[in-house]
Write a protein that binds this ligand. Sequence first.
Ligand SMILES: [Zn+2]
Ligand SMILES: [Zn+2]
Length: 276
Amino acid sequence: MKLSRILSIPVFSVIFVVGFVYYVTIFIFIEDCFGLNSLEGSRNAMIFTFFAFLLLFSFFVCVLTDPGGVPSGFVPDVEESLLSNQENKNSRVYQRHCDKCSAHKPPRAHHCRVCRRCILRMDHHCVWINNCVGHRNYKSFVVLVFYATIASGYSLIMILNCALQKDLDFSGKMPLKIFYITCGLMILGLTLTLGTLLSWHIYLISRNMTTIEYYDGKRAAWLAKKSGLSCHHPFDVGALKNVTLVLGPNILKWFWPTAVSHIKDGLSFPTARDNS
Ligand SMILES: [Zn+2]
Ligand SMILES: [Zn+2]
């Protein structure tokens, strides 16, 4: 755990934005719309506080969790290496040696120029968490985006509810009207951005793919098409198994208990090793 990761301007900016959205939602919009002493007001304030707490908790987990480095002295499996090189000579997915670290690296690991080391199953380096998103903190990153989308959407609903209750009539209070419109547009933009990011990662999870692998795959598909070949992402084993491999079997148990028993045989195939 590296507490020093918190000491960065982007991390403080995220904390400031969360604090600002929390303050205006609870103490301005919910207070103005329902009144915090009313049953509906206190219920909405509690629900929003709950999501804001989960959002901040998963944010700090993302910041403080090591994304997963390559163990020192890692040596690739020779048989696997030969097979991979024969099948995927042009694919960066199977590049096994990092020149910068002067060390072997496993499949799906990539060198991060910011962290100055190789990261297992690296997705991208995120400035907002001042950390890489990799093997060990990818799940908490997706959970963070999920709660952030819900909290932002909830705040937007509160603003709209409040504005509609006032019938968009602020009785000549122009500064208040401008404040409502500015906050509404800002939180609308935030909700759309977070919703797009969440949709993107749901797509990647359903394909068992990282952001880096997506762009590498596009390049590999273009090269394969030029040679008259087809290109298939090697870790894609079907949407349900992919979700289980990336997020763990418990995620499906919550939504679809019988799904885990359907796919339990699939949990022992080779690609599971990269996510264990
Ligand atoms: Zn490296
Ligand atoms: Zn990094």
